[in-house]
Structure formats: structure tokens, C-alpha cells
Design a protein around this ligand. Sequence first.
Ligand code: AMP
Length: 190
Amino acid sequence: MLNIVIFGAPGSGKGTQSELLVNKYGINHISTGDVLRAEIKKGTQLGKTAQGYIEQGQLIPDDLMIDILADVLDNLKESKGVIFDGFPRTIAQAEALKQMLAERGQDVTVMIDLEVPEDILMARLINRGKQTGRADDNEETIKKRLNVYHTQTAPLVDWYKNEGKHHRIKGFGELEQIFRDVCEAIEKRF
Ligand code: AMP
């Protein structure tokens, strides 16, 4: 089983790389952001709760987020592997993921850390906001999300280094080159 954590700041290209990886390796993709946006669209109670946090650029509380991920994982059948996109975002989530996978006799194969300078992140997100109308891709909320990333999520780099799983990739420049580097990092590990 190939379990890839695709990691990086908002706008680092996690979703784009995930799509390419799904095509190449035939594995499942779990984007917690997509799961939450789908709940908002359906108008569920969970969606209503999530919307407040998302619009403020804040993280959904760990307990709730971990329950959501456990549910999605339980519903995956006959999977060759999973790309975790946007999860974990805190140390508590990383610990929960480790435990959930251990219960299935598995582990994270590699954590791919897409490194992109802040000015490029900002430009990409503003552009995405214009193209998709995504509500949290406006300048004010982007700044909050980047701040949340630095304070709550970036400490996971050291956490995964300790686990011997961290692999940093230059996440800007030519898309094909980034994808080649991502694949090379993955193939070294399995
Ligand atoms: P994303 O699409 O991954 O950028 O996620 C959009 C928003 O969904 C984030 O800014 C958070 O508010 C929320 N979210 C997504 N994944 C998580 C997570 N693992 N933990 C907490 N909040 C999350």
C-alpha cells in the first residue's frame, strides 16, 4: 500500500500534483478541503459548521476533522493506496493518521513537502480565486490561511523528519519537472 501525504502551504500545488499521481498510480485521493466543500454544497450540518471556519481561514477542530477522515478511510474499499491532501494539518492529526494506518497494518510511505515562495503562493491563490470563485481565495483570508499554515501546520515538517518520511521538493517552475521530482521521491520509498 502506497500512502502519500502531500504537504505544503495553501497554493503549493497539492491538488494539482494529486491529480497527476492518481492518473499515474491508480490510487485514491482524499482531499479534506474537497470533502468539506462538498458538505457545504449539500447543506449538511457538518457543512454549516465547517463553513464558518473555512471563511475565517481557520482550521476545523482536530476532533471533528479526525472523525471525518476516519469515516472517509473506512469507506475506501480495495484501495491500492491513498494520497492524503490537506491532512494532516496539525501534530494531533498526524498522530491520529499514524494510529489509523497502524490499525490497518500500514504506515505513511512518504511525506512530500512542496516548497514554494510566499509571493508565488499569493499570486497563485489570487488567480485561483478569480478563476473558480472559491470564497477563501481572497487576499484577506489568504493571509490568515498562510499564518495558520506557518503556526499550526509547518511544525509537521520536523515531525515527519523524525519519522524519517519527509521529502522536500521544489514546488515552483515547470509543472512536469515538479511531477518528475515527486514521482522520483515516491519511487525511492517503495
Ligand atoms: P484546502 O482545500 O485543503 O486548502 O482546505 C480549505 C479549508 O478547509 C482550510 O483552510 C480549513 O479551513 C479546512 N480544512 C481542510 N483540511 C483541514 C484539516 N486537515 N484540518 C482542519 N481544517 C481543514
